[in-house]
Design a protein. Structure first.
Length: 178
């Protein structure tokens, strides 16, 4: 099935382009995303000892579309909590690391184990702890409400904010280039 979608308005920096047009999209083997502020809006809700988060179902379905195309999906987060673990397991995505301080080190080890090069990785983040992974990946992207330095250093800024379907927007752009 041919996949085409109208991804709507992109940020001004992107000039309504598709970042996958400037790389060999067929070379991409893995999408890695942060969780808090990327798959969620970054808000944490405490109910006693538990943390609750809101995830966007469109992002989850985007991951399913990638898996159907043979592209792996994984998460790498500075926070570890039950909500994140449950969501990732529900989606069938890999966990590169949760509760991680040095994301680049953990991602490098994961890629070596999986025999994937950084050039074959799309990385999506929102804050400074994602910066090195964004700079090292084949395509480093950030959500619309990312920190200013990430916006400056990213290859592409999505038009959607974290938790509002930004991951799905990125997936749609990718699938439109296959």
């Amino acid at each position: 099935m041919q996949y085409k979608d109208d991804v709507g308005n992109l940020s001004e920096k992107n000039k309504k382009s598709n970042p996958f047009l400037s790389i060999d999209a067929s070379n991409i083997k893995l999408f890695v995303t942060d969780i808090d502020g990327t798959l969620t809006n970054g808000n944490l809700y405490y109910t006693g000892l538990e943390i609750m988060k809101q995830f966007n179902v469109h992002d989850g379905y985007g991951g399913k579309l990638l898996l159907e195309k043979g592209v792996a999906v994984a998460v790498l987060s500075g926070r570890k909590d039950g909500s994140s673990v449950a969501r990732v397991k529900d989606l069938g995505w890999d966990i590169v690391g949760l509760g991680v301080d040095d994301k680049l080190k953990i991602l490098s080890s994961y890629l070596k184990e999986k025999k994937i090069n950084f050039s074959q990785v799309v990385y999506l983040g929102d804050d400074l702890n994602d910066l090195e992974c964004i700079q090292s990946s084949g395509l480093g992207c950030c959500v619309a409400d990312s920190q200013a330095l990430l916006k400056k250093e990213s290859d592409f800024i999505l038009s959607k904010r974290g938790g509002e379907g930004a991951f799905r927007e990125l997936v749609d752009l990718f699938l439109n280039c296959l």
